[in-house]
Design a protein around this ligand. Structure first.
Ligand code: HEC
Length: 220
């Protein structure tokens, strides 16, 4: 075997390995600062939109996500009493948002049996076991005082309480309050879903709406 040939082969291999290592090290040294070649820069970098704002794109004025209009509610949300609404206004403006059905009336009846019957009595005469012990028992739903009570006022009372009746806002959801109101309307002697409103009450409602419109005009 030729001795010099072996030595040459060894030097060649060592040289090749060192060369590859040197190339590897140097070729990576600048990597963090080099962005490389960008083929289609606009695909890497989309225009940044300012949220809740308008922007122009190719001459067109467009808008990004916008804040909802004041007073907007989320889908499925059932609002209670708007801020600043008093008892009288609730009677005028608040209407039952639940679609009437026999199932809803049955549910309202079940709620009444749990939360109201002990004061107001089975038939809403104000003669429940607790009701009769109160210093001033609840008036009958079908009596002159409550027969034509607008549903909005009922909702206000169930939510905030009135006299000896406490607030039921922590026990009943907004939806449940409106459901039980259908049942109360049945006890008032109305056809629930289409409660009769006496002419005197209609006139009262018209008065409140009128003064409200006037006030609105004055503030404008
Ligand atoms: C602690 C006894 C009590 C309970 C419980 C109670 N009420 Fe009353 N409720 C009363 C009394 C007393 C009044 C009369 C309040 C007044 O005019 O001073 C009243 C009044 C009302 C009125 C007339 C409100 C108005 O604006 O004049 C409605 C409607 C009514 N209750 C519905 C309900 C419903 C529905 C429930 C069950 C969710 C309920 N109440 C639970 C005692 C009670």
């Amino acid at each position: 075997m030729n001795f010099t040939k072996i030595i040459n082969l060894k030097t060649l291999t060592v040289g090749a390995i060192a060369g590859v290592m040197a190339f590897g090290l140097t070729s990576c040294s600048n990597a963090p600062n080099s962005p490389g070649y960008e083929f289609m820069p606009d695909m890497y970098r989309s225009p940044v939109l300012k949220y809740y704002n308008t922007y122009t794109l190719n001459g067109d004025t467009l808008q990004s996500a916008m804040k909802p209009v004041a007073g907007t509610i989320s889908r499925g949300c059932m609002p209670g009493i708007p801020a600043g609404m008093d008892y009288e206004k609730a009677g005028v403006y608040l209407k039952n948002p639940i679609l009437f059905s026999d199932a809803v009336l049955t549910e309202g009846g079940a709620i009444y049996g749990k939360f109201c019957v002990h004061c107001h009595g089975e038939a809403g005469k104000g003669d429940g076991k607790v009701g009769v012990k109160l210093p001033g028992p609840p008036p009958p739903y079908d009596g002159a005082g409550l027969k034509n009570l607008p549903e909005g006022k009922m909702f206000y009372t169930i939510t905030n309480g009135k006299g000896l009746m406490g607030s039921h806002a922590s026990q009943l959801s907004v939806e449940e309050r409106w459901k039980v109101i259908y049942y109360v309307q049945k006890l008032q002697g109305h056809t629930p879903g289409q409660p009769a409103v006496a002419d005197s009450v209609k006139a009262e409602i018209a008065m409140v709406v009128k003064t409200d419109n006037k006030k609105e005009k004055q503030t404008k």
